[in-house]
Design a protein around this ligand. Structure first.
Ligand code: KG4
Ligand code: ZN
Length: 342
C-alpha cells in the first residue's frame, strides 16, 4: 500500500510518500521558521496562510521525488490533531479532498502517534513493547507502548512542555527561535558548573514533569544589563544539563517501573545531541536499548504521518468524509490498530 502523508499541525509543512513494501519513497519539508522568528514564536494565522501557499507544490514534489503518479496512491494520511486548528485544517482539507478525488481511503493521524512511530522508519527499529519519551514544543509524555494504539500514560507535564522551556529560556537569553537548537549551540561554549539549575520533581516518586521552574530559575539568574556571550553560554549550558538530567532520571524510573527493555525517544527535543548521548549511556549501563529517529524525523515531518497512516490504513481504518480536526486530542483516546475511532 502506498500512502501520501501530510503534516501541517504547527509551523512546518511536511509531505511524504511511504510504501508498506518498499519503505519511505520521498519526504519534503518547508519550514516557516523565518516568518515566525520575527515574532519570537509561532503566529497561528500566519502559519495557516503559509501552509496554504506551500502545501500543494510540496505534494507535487513529493510525488515526483517518489516517482509516483497520483493513480498509484492507495491512501492519504493527514495530521488531524493535536495542533493549531487553522494550520491543521489546511492539511486535513487538502488531504481529504485529494483522497476523494483519487477515490482512495483517507485517515486523520494523531500527531503524537506520528512522532511515537517515527523510529520505525529507521533501519534498526524497536519492537513492541517499549517505553516512549515524547518531547516536543507542546508535549512531554512518558508512555508505555504495548502496540500501535495500545498506550498507557505513565507521566506528563504539570506545566510547560520541555520544548517550550527551551524556547522560553532561549527568549530570555536573547537567543533565536526555535530555542532548542539555539540553546544547544550556545551551551557548547558554556561551563556546566557556573550555575546549577534544579532538577524539578526528581526528588519525589512519580513520572510527571514540571519545567516552568527552569525558565523561572533562568529569569532569576540572568544578571541585569547586557549579557556577554560567555554568560549566555554558561546559563544555556546549566539549563540544558538540568533539562536533560531530569528527562534521563524519569526515563530510568519509567523503565524500572514497567520492566521494559527498550526506550524510544521522539519529538523535536529528541534531536538534542546531549539528550541522545546521555540516554544512550543510561540504557547501555543498565542492559537496555534506546531508539530514536534520525534528527530530521524528530522534529515535525511528513514521513512520520505517512508511516503512522499507512499502518492504520492497511489495517482497514478509514476516515469518513464529514471529518473535523481535533486541536486537543489525547493520545490515549486512540483505538488499538484496526479499531473503531471515537
Ligand atoms: O516536534 P516539534 O518539531 O514540534 C511540536 O510538535 O511541538 O518540536 C519542536 C520543539 C521546539 O520546542 C524546539 O525548540 C525543540 O523541539 N527542539 C529542540 C532541539 N531541536 C528542536 N530542543 C532541544 N534541542 C534541540 N536540538
Ligand atoms: Zn511535533
Amino acid at each position: 500500500m502506498r500512502v501520501l502523508g501530510i503534516e501541517t499541525s504547527c509551523d512546518d509543512t511536511g509531505v511524504a510518500v511511504y510504501d508498506t513494501d518498499r519503505g519511505l519513497l520521498s519526504h519534503c519539508l518547508a519550514s516557516q521558521v523565518e516568518i515566525h522568528a520575527l515574532y519570537g514564536g509561532v503566529v497561528p494565522e500566519l502559519a495557516a496562510r503559509d501552509h496554504v501557499k506551500l502545501l500543494m507544490p510540496l505534494v507535487e514534489k513529493a510525488l515526483k521525488d517518489a516517482k509516483t503518479q497520483a493513480e498509484e496512491i492507495d491512501g492519504v494520511a493527514f495530521t488531524a490533531g493535536p495542533g493549531l486548528s487553522g494550520a491543521l485544517l489546511v492539511g486535513a482539507s487538502l488531504g481529504r479532498s485529494l483522497a476523494w478525488a483519487w477515490d482512495v481511503p483517507a485517515l486523520g493521524v494523531h500527531h503524537m502517534e506520528g512522532h511515537l512511530l517515527a523510529p520505525m522508519l529507521e533501519d534498526v527499529a524497536p519492537s513492541f513493547p517499549f517505553v516512549a519519551l515524547l518531547v516536543s514544543g507542546g508535549h512531554s509524555l512518558l508512555v508505555d507502548v504495548l502496540d500501535v494504539g495500545r498506550y498507557s500514560l505513565l507521566g506528563g507535564t504539570v506545566d510547560d512542555a520541555v520544548g517550550e522551556a527551551f524556547d522560553k529560556t532561549a527568549k530570555l537569553l536573547g537567543l533565536g527561535y526555535p530555542g532548542g537548537p539555539a540553546i544547544a549551540k550556545a551551551a557548547a561554549n558554556g561551563h556546566p558548573g557556573r550555575w546549577t539549575f534544579p532538577r524539578p520533581m526528581t526528588d519525589r516518586p512519580g513520572l510527571d514533569f514540571s519545567f516552568s521552574g527552569l525558565k523561572t530559575f533562568t529569569r532569576n539568574t540572568v544578571p541585569p544589563g547586557d549579557l556577554d556571550a560567555q554568560t549566555v553560554a554558561d546559563i544555556a549550558c546549566g539549563f540544558q544539563e538540568a533539562a536533560v538530567d531530569t528527562l534521563v532520571i524519569k526515563c530510568r524510573r519509567a523503565l524500572d517501573q514497567t520492566g521494559r527493555k527498550r526506550l524510544v525517544i521522539a519529538g523535536g527535543v529528541g534531536a538534542n545531541v546531549l539528550l541522545r548521548e546521555r540516554l544512550k549511556e543510561m540504557t547501555e549501563a543498565s542492559g537496555r536499548e534506546v531508539f530514536y529517529p534520525r534528527p530530521q524525523f524528530c522534529t515535525d515531518n511528513g514521513a512520520m504521518i505517512a508511516y503512522a497512516g499507512s499502518v492504520r490504513l492497511a489495517a482497514g481504518e478509514r476516515q469518513a468524509l464529514d471529518f473535523s480536526v481535533r486541536p486537543r486530542w489525547r493520545l490515549t483516546e486512540l483505538p488499538p490498530i484496526g479499531g473503531v475511532r471515537a
